[in-house]
Ligand binder design. Structure first.
Ligand code: SAM
Length: 205
């Protein structure tokens, strides 16, 4: 098998000038759950965690323009290949750092409160499903602490998690913090991947 052969989503991302195929996961989630709707009547303040190479940020900036402010963070730098200056805009800021560290968290939350938090953050995989799932859950827990203190009442959360036995309990916690909590696997996820997205809609307080 030729693993280099670009698949449909990667090919489409290149044609539409996005640095990663993951943009189509956000597109599907955003459209299905109406995550950008609130920008119709005002500015949407968004936090994008695990943002590199930058497709989710780029998608949001292209779709919302000045109707959003976007704060992004990642261990790695963003790709500047396709942003056409959008990452230099006044409504965008980026912090390079580990989102699980206190100093990164404090710096990011200072830019809040946010209407929407989205996290596509994923650990480097080891191939050991138990280890990978556990690390992914640690990241999801960290993201949830951001949401607990920095997401506005009524705000929405999207986060990636590798599915495991703990996912059910995590979803229960989401449902205690949000009006509704759902899991959703977009079409652009590789069929073999055990990632899924957890969506928290309407933070209760
Ligand atoms: C799948 S990629 C995100 C793709 C991105 N949504 C896009 O569309 O371009 C996952 C990212 O999570 C980041 N990440 C993983 N652990 C992190 C951590 N502790 N702090 C910050 N970023 C992290 C990785 O560096 C990687 O860039």
């Amino acid at each position: 098998m030729n693993y280099q052969k670009p698949d449909y989503w990667a090919d489409r991302a290149r044609k539409e000038a996005y640095p990663a195929r993951s943009v189509y996961k956000l597109k599907e989630i955003e459209e299905k759950f109406g995550l950008f709707k609130r920008a119709v009547s005002g500015t949407l303040h968004i936090l994008d965690l695990g943002a590199a190479p930058g497709s989710w940020s780029l998608y949001s900036l292209r779709k919302l323009h000045v109707r959003c402010t976007l704060t992004a963070a990642d261990l790695n730098e963003l790709s500047r290949q396709y942003d056409a200056g959008l990452f230099d805009g006044d409504n965008f800021s980026f912090i390079q750092g580990d989102i699980t560290r206190t100093e990164t968290r404090e710096a990011l939350l200072l830019r809040g409160p946010f209407d929407l938090m989205m996290s596509d953050a994923a650990p480097s995989t080891t191939g050991n499903r138990q280890v990978d799932t556990c690390r992914s859950l640690d990241l999801a827990e960290a993201v949830l602490t951001y949401a607990e203190s920095g997401l506005k009442r009524g705000g929405n959360l999207v986060l990636k998690v590798f599915q495991g036995s703990e996912t059910v309990d995590f979803l229960k916690r989401i449902r205690s913090i949000f009006f509704a909590g759902k899991t959703f696997k977009p079409e652009a996820c590789r069929p073999t991947s055990f990632e899924t997205y957890i969506i928290g809609l309407g933070k209760l307080k």
